[in-house]
Design a protein around this ligand. Sequence first.
Ligand code: SF4
Ligand code: SF4
Length: 160
Amino acid sequence: MSYLVRGYLEEDELPPKPSRERLEERNVAYIECPQEIPCSPCIESCKYDAIKMENINAPPEVDYEKCNGCMQCIRVCPGLAIFILRIKDGKGYVTLAYEFLPWPKKGQEVVLLNRKGEEVGKGKVTWVLPPEKNDHTSLVRVEMDPELIFDVRAIRIIEG
Ligand code: SF4
Ligand code: SF4
């Protein structure tokens, strides 16, 4: 079954992953955008020439050595398909685009969700960048078990 019908990517449809060593060096962009559509804001936003496409319809590919984790691409992606990953001091971090209200707050505990929307654990918000003018996308960084950084792709605020 196609991911277009299924609604999420399976493991074997994901792009190559950066190594643990690379993740421990600095932030890195991980792009989950397999659909062949004419879209290129991510490439245009990258000042480090770290994203390549064979043509305007091809899926983007990140050069993990060139990427410095600047986060420009994540903010401009209309598909919310870009995640910034990091492992530091034994903890995992996923930065994701978030478009719901209320925005999470730094220090808040949140539910971690995988690509299917299933709960896979709890995490802590460590950083929030509110939307820019005329934008509705905030960026949220969540701390978690480092084994989860390739699974967690959304969060849910814990009410109360
Ligand atoms: S995080 Fe920055 S350097 Fe890395 S791919 Fe995105 S825009 Fe380029
Ligand atoms: S901007 Fe987002 S949706 Fe468009 S090609 Fe890049 S990753 Fe895919």
